[in-house]
Design a protein around this ligand. Structure first.
Ligand SMILES: Cc1cc2nc3c(=O)[nH]c(=O)nc-3n(C[C@H](O)[C@H](O)[C@H](O)COP(=O)(O)OP(=O)(O)OC[C@H]3O[C@@H](n4cnc5c(N)ncnc54)[C@H](O)[C@@H]3O)c2cc1C
Length: 240
């Protein structure tokens, strides 16, 4: 699937893209609409710059932090959701905000069209290719997003944390704490049982499996994640 090509084109240029096979070009597939009142439907080909200026929390600040204006004008939400984990850096910075808001993914593939949660979509495994058509998001009551990154024009997030209050309660998710973003269920449970943000944040590393890469070690990520979660929760509760 070729969306904005900001991952695929460098792969082609460096000879990492397998030869042969077929490529589905999505630019004119009519998947670039965004709209809705209560539930917002975001077509898979909506660009990161459109998300950044949408005002939709916590997706907008996450999109605004990705790469630079040129990349954001090309890169799409579908490509970001489906970004294969990078060898040198984490990728898919919108995954954590999408998990936090409890977004749903509408996709087509073997067995036809289906709608499922982002968690189910991300857990489906590499051997089940699906074409993302759209993502559905209910606007959260409040939300926050924070990332830890190195100062650089193209700084990738070492770690990121998104929080959102939905009809199901407060949901918290982290990017950079594993090959793909994960929900921090232990933090959510602690908050639901009345723990303060600093207490709940100590559970942040439960069940996460950070990796070493060119940006940071797994040890660094384990050490910093609780602090980032604590700060994101403080922003979340102060903003409410
Ligand atoms: C300089 C630079 C800096 C970057 N910084 C960041 C960063 O900070 N954070 C970050 O998250 N990413 C970053 N990226 C990576 C990339 O730009 C984004 O992840 C982007 O959102 C990918 O979207 P795309 O449309 O360009 O995807 P593409 O390159 O077109 O595709 C990426 C993958 O997604 C699949 N795909 C695309 N669309 C669909 C669909 N509709 N259904 C199913 N599969 C699909 C493709 O098959 C491919 O495997 C950076 C890239 C560059 C070049």
């Amino acid at each position: 699937m070729f969306a904005g090509g900001t991952i695929l084109m460098p792969d082609v240029a460096y000879g990492r893209y397998p030869r042969g096979g077929r490529t589905l070009m999505l630019r004119r597939a009519g998947l670039d609409g965004i709209g809705g009142d209560g539930t917002i439907t975001i077509g898979a080909m909506v660009t990161l710059s459109a998300i950044a200026s949408s005002g939709l929390e916590p997706l907008a600040p996450a999109a605004a932090d990705i790469a630079d204006p040129e990349i954001r004008a090309q890169a799409t939400v579908g490509g970001n959701l489906c970004a294969p984990p990078g060898r040198e850096t984490p990728r898919g910075d919108l995954q954590a905000p999408l998990l936090a808001v409890g977004a749903r993914v509408r996709s087509a593939g073997p067995g036809g069209e289906r709608t499922e949660s982002v968690e189910q979509f991300l857990d489906r495994g590499e051997d089940e290719p699906r074409l993302v058509l759209a993502i559905e998001v209910d606007r959260p009551r409040r939300a926050s997003y924070l990332s830890q990154r190195r100062a650089h024009a193209h700084s990738y997030a070492v770690l990121s944390v998104a929080c959102a209050e939905t009809a199901d309660g407060v949901r918290v998710a982290a990017g950079g704490a594993g090959p793909r973003a994960v929900r921090l269920s232990a933090v959510e449970r602690a908050l639901a049982s009345g723990a303060a943000p600093d207490e709940a944040a100590t559970d942040a590393v439960d069940g996460v499996a950070p990796r070493d890469d060119a940006l940071a070690s797994a040890w660094y990520r384990r050490t910093v994640l609780p602090t980032l979660v604590h700060r994101a929760l403080e922003h979340f509760f102060e903003g409410g």
